[in-house]
Ligand binder design. Sequence first.
Ligand code: IMP
Ligand code: MG
Length: 178
Amino acid sequence: MNKDIKKVLIEKNELQSKVAELGAKISVDYKGKDLLIVCVLKGAVVFASDLMREIQLPLDIDFMAISSYGANTKSSGVVRILKDLNTGIEGRHVLIVEDIIDSGLTLAYLVENLKSRHPASVEICTILDKRERRTAELYIKYTGFIVPDEFVVGYGLDYAEKYRNLPYIAVLKEEVYQ
Ligand code: IMP
Ligand code: MG
């Protein structure tokens, strides 16, 4: 295990089976629909790349980057688009794939922004939900795991851009933040 890890919350095999389960549900729900996965950079890359291979349907993927914490661990509430989609979404079924929903401010903004482009639908699929901290009103169609109010890393999630490549979800040791 990485020396900076205090404890593992979700093991690699638990992530794999949950992603397969989500992919199977999405495959049923979007059958016959023009599905576009919108992966939110950078945190959702690992989850999105696993999830798309569990969806047994034709689909497109595109990427958006929006500002969140930077090197900090608290949401600013100020959302900025750093990279927009390359494709148009009018009339298409958009599924936003996210790593974690915390306050929900980032996603609430993103959903509204995408809806203004007249897609057929916009839904959310997140691997983690830090539900205790939610302040924005948000409907999440697909959730992997509910996590406690602790800062987590791994499986795409970072602290100061590090730890994204850990194959599990974990909590860091306190001294890492000092
Ligand atoms: P929200 O706007 O507060 O929901 O923030 C969501 C974004 O903050 C996520 O997409 C993550 O990039 C980041 N974030 C929130 N909690 C954590 C965490 O525990 N670890 C790593 N990143 C986090
Ligand atoms: Mg993110």
